[in-house]
Structure formats: C-alpha cells, structure tokens
Design a binder for this molecule. Structure first.
Ligand code: NAD
Length: 492
C-alpha cells in the first residue's frame, strides 16, 4: 500500500483549536489503486452549528487584530507550507490522484495566496470624506463581513481552500473551512500550520462534512454572514437559494465550458503542447480546462496530427510515479460518466481519432479509476460534451470556417469562466479574446491563473472573484461613521 507520510495532524475535526472525533466517519480512498488511506471524522449538523457559534464569538477579537499582524500570520503560513511541500504533495497525490509534479505546483500556488493576501492585508485602509455643505465628516472604513463558511471541491484540495482562507483572514473574518468529503486530509493538514504561524485558536475551524442536513447548518445559518463556495453550478444554485433564507452574502466559483480557439495563423506545435498540458492537468477535472476545441478549417488536419503526436508521448498512471503526466479520475463513477459522454459524442457523429491507453495498459491500471485521454473530432455543438462541463480527458475538436462563427459558437453556452486563443497575430488574437464572454482568457497561454490576478466567472460560472486586489472584496463590508466636522479655532 502507498502510505501517507508521517502525519503531523489527525484525521479528525479541527474544532475550536482541538482535534475532535465524531461518530460519522468516511473512508478516504486512493483513486489510483482504490486502496483505503484513512478513516476521517465527518461533522454532523449540531457540530457545524457549534462551530458557527464558536466562530461568531471569536469574530470581534480577530477583526481587532491589526491588519499588519494578520498579514504576518499569513506570510508565516506560506513559509510553513513551502517547508512541507513534499509531504503536502504526497498527500494531495494520494487522496486526489494528480501527478506528484502537479501536486507540488499546487502547493506553491497555494502558498502564493497566503503570501499575496499577507501583503494585501496591510493595504486595507479607509478614508475620511466630508459632506459638500462642510457640516459633517465621514470616516469610511472597510470592515470584515463576519464569519465566513468556505466550501471547496476535491480537484485542488489545497489551493481552493488557500485562496479563500487567506483572503478571509486578511480581511479579518473568522472562517469555517468545509473541504470536499473526498479529499479532507489535505485540508486537515493545514490546521497545525495555521496554529504554528500564530493564528489564535478557533479563528479557522476545518470540518469535513457531507449531506444536506450538515450543509444546511452552514448555508442559511444567521451566525454565518458569508458563504464562499467553489463547486459545480448546480451546487451554486442550491447554495444561493438556501443562503437567501438569511440573506447571507454568497461568492460562487462554479463550473466552466471553456472554448479553446486555434486560429489559422497559430503555432500548431505550441497550441497542441499547451492543450495537452491543460487537458491532462488533474486529468481534465479542472473548471478552466478546454471543453470545446475549435480549430480553423484551414489547419484542422495538421492540428489534429500535431495533437495526436503530442498526446502519444504523455504517460498515464499512478501519480506517485515521477513520469506520470495524467493520473486517475476522482472515482469510478467519474470514469463511467466520461465513457457515456464519449459514446454520446460518437452517436452524434463525432469520430474517434486516438486514445492514449492500450488495452494492456488499461488492464494494468484496472484497480484505479483511470480514463484514457481520447481525441474526438467533428464533435457537433449539440452533443452533450459541447453543452456541459466534461471534467475528464476527452479532447473534443470541431472545425470552424471563420472567426465570427468561432466567437458565436464559443459564447453560445450558459457558462462563462475561461477561454483560450492561439494565434500569431497578436492584435487579431486580442480582438477574439475581447469578444469572449468569460472571466479570463489566455492568449497563447494555458495557465493564466495566478494569485496576483483576479479570477471569477460570469453567467452561470459564478459571482465574485478570487485573487488579485479584488479577491479580498467579498470578505469586506463598508462601515461609515458620520461625525460633526471639528471646528478649528480661528487662526490669529
Ligand atoms: P460539488 O459542487 O459537488 O461540491 C463542491 C463542494 O460543495 C463540496 O465540498 C461539497 O461537499 C459541497 N456541497 C455539495 N452540495 C452542497 C450543498 N447543497 N450545499 C452546500 N455545499 C454543498 O463539486 P465538486 O464535484 O467537488 O467539484 C467539481 C466542480 O467544481 C466542477 O463543476 C468544477 O468546475 C467546479 N470548480 C470550479 C472552480 C472555479 O474556480 N470556478 C474551481 C474548481 C472547481
């Protein structure tokens, strides 16, 4: 069995600064082998309600800690994460499945958010303004929104939490982090680091949980003033409805359906290389991954050849093997879902170009939840793969005749998260990128997300942004005090 490193945390609830057990347990499984890794405690509804009350009690003290000191704690957390990069990488790979190099990149990315918001905390400041009739003065200050529930998915078990915790703490919010029930170990491993960095007990509680009852103890709970969710669009809609019962603020980072447009003047080898890297990142289980690959008809065939050649060099396997480029999907149901999507595309007229696992390789990996990276061509816009988020390693290619058509087809979706444009004429590519109805576009760039850059979706891909200067805004409200304008004595 591929085991976890020596643990510096317990697979229990991190409740009010102490490890707390629970009757409810969940077995966490390595998706590459289906072997059990650990049994983890799950919080029930009363425990989550208690956590909300704990956080509400801690809120006034934490928001009165100076932004400078809050920032120092965050920067120390970043350093502690980096010091444990190898151990975190191993835990992420074991419970999530992604290749170890991708896990290491995730640790660095997550540490970047602690560093970034550690620096941003000291930039929080208000202003003094006066009424035009000069009668009064206004002290206008940003203030923490209050207790925040941070609900995260399994695809980036560390980074999705880091983005939210770092921004929440910088703003002065106490937080309850509810990681995905599929990948709670990585989240729990962060708790001792926060404590070691100097975070007062109970300011962040980390509570794996699942099921509607438990989740309703967070969403709609009047002691929690803000729910920040990263997850599917369906979950986002249900959270928003439930949050309305107590008018909680909601921030939603939801699903995508990104177009990847290859223009007729693109560097085909570069576009193929970037596309394979993008689609094999977490085996395609990424909100910003390319969903619809639209290729100009003039270069359609040579691009498919370049793509097939590049994909053939990618290695699928256990993420712990250093040569692995693509790990397993999160569980077996995800593989069945991808197989059904592939069948649906073919039934709708798509052609299978290649798949990157031979029968014997597949057999060798049969215990894990592996899905062969596959290229499909001529995938029609009405096929389910074009209409929904694939979340797996299917490369769905379709040719287009002219740029206007590519833009219209790209925008014909309820999602609006990310897009990609490949072309060598910069102003042409920029014009196409500008026309895409999404939150972020990469031009000749497959990984545009950085801690320094705001990122969020439009349409059904979400509300609010994370990262950048803007990433702290959802954790803040504006507080105003109106005072009489001081009367200065007349100067002699
Ligand atoms: P999910 O929506 O099933 O679960 C996400 C989280 O929400 C989990 O912690 C889950 O326990 C919780 N949850 C589920 N139902 C809930 C409810 N009714 N109320 C409150 N919480 C609930 O998503 P997932 O399968 O874990 O992750 C994949 C999805 O996340 C994809 O759609 C992907 O695009 C999206 N995602 C978006 C971004 C982004 O930044 N926009 C980033 C990563 C993943």
């Amino acid at each position: 069995m591929r085991t976890l490193p020596n643990l510096w945390f317990e697979p229990k609830l991190w409740l009010n600064g102490a490890w707390t057990d629970s009757e409810q347990q969940r077995e966490i499984v390595n998706p590459a082998t289906s072997e059990p890794l650990a049994s983890v405690a799950l919080a029930d509804a009363p425990t989550l309600a208690t956590a909300a009350s704990n956080a509400a009690q801690r809120q006034p003290n934490w928001q009165s800690v100076s932004p400078f000191e809050r920032g120092e704690i965050l920067k120390r957390t970043a350093a502690l994460l980096l010091a444990r990069k190898d151990d975190f990488s191993r835990i992420i790979t074991l419970e999530q499945g992604k290749p170890i190099s991708q896990s290491a990149a995730e640790v660095e990315y997550a540490a970047g958010f602690f560093q970034w918001f550690g620096e941003e905390a000291r930039r929080l400041s208000g202003r003094i303004s006066s009424h035009p009739d000069r009668s009064r003065e206004f002290r206008i200050e940003p203030r923490a929104v209050g207790v925040s529930a941070l609900i995260t998915p399994w695809n980036f078990p560390l980074a999705q939490g880091a983005k939210k915790i770092a921004a929440a703490l910088a703003a002065g919010c106490t937080a309850i982090w509810k990681p995905s029930e599929l990948t709670p170990l990585t989240a729990l491993a962060v708790a001792p680091l926060l404590a070691h960095a100097g975070l007062p007990s109970g300011v962040v509680q980390i509570l794996p949980a699942t099921g509607p009852d438990a989740l309703e103890a967070l969403v709609g709970n009047p002691e929690i003033r803000h729910v920040s969710l990263t997850g599917s669009t369906a979950t986002g809609k249900s959270v928003m409805q439930r949050a309305a019962t107590s008018l909680q603020r909601v921030s939603l980072e939801l699903g995508g359906n990104a177009p990847f447009i290859v223009l007729n003047d693109a560097d085909l080898a570069l576009a193929a290389d970037h596309l394979v890297r993008l689609k094999l990142l977490v085996s395609g289980q990424v909100c910003v991954t390319a969903n619809r690959i639209l290729v100009h008809e003039a270069i359609h065939r040579p691009f498919l050849d370049a793509l097939a050649t590049r994909l053939a060099s990618a290695s699928v396997g256990d993420g712990l093997a250093p040569e692995t480029d693509a790990g397993p999907l999160i569980h077996h149901q995800a593989c069945h879902r991808i197989a059904a999507l592939r069948e649906n595309a073919v039934a709708n007229g798509a052609t299978l170009i290649t798949e990157n696992l031979t029968h014997s390789q597949h057999n060798h990996l049969r215990n894990g939840s592996f899905s062969a990276p596959t290229i499909l061509d001529n995938v029609p816009d009405h096929a389910t793969t074009a209409q929904t988020e694939i979340f797996g390693p299917l490369f769905c290619v379709a040719p287009f005749k002219n740029v206007q058509e590519a833009i219209e087809r790209s925008n014909k979706t309820s999602s609006g998260l990310a897009g990609y444009v490949y072309g060598n004429n910069h102003s042409h590519a920029l014009a196409v990128a500008t026309s895409l109805e999404v939150g972020i576009v990469g031009i000749n760039e497959w990984r545009p997300l950085k801690p320094e850059i705001p990122f969020g979706g439009i349409k059904e891909s979400g509300i609010g942004v994370e990262g950048g200067h803007e990433g702290i805004h959802d954790f803040l409200t504006t507080h105003v005090i109106s005072t009489p304008k001081p009367a200065f004595p007349a100067l002699p």
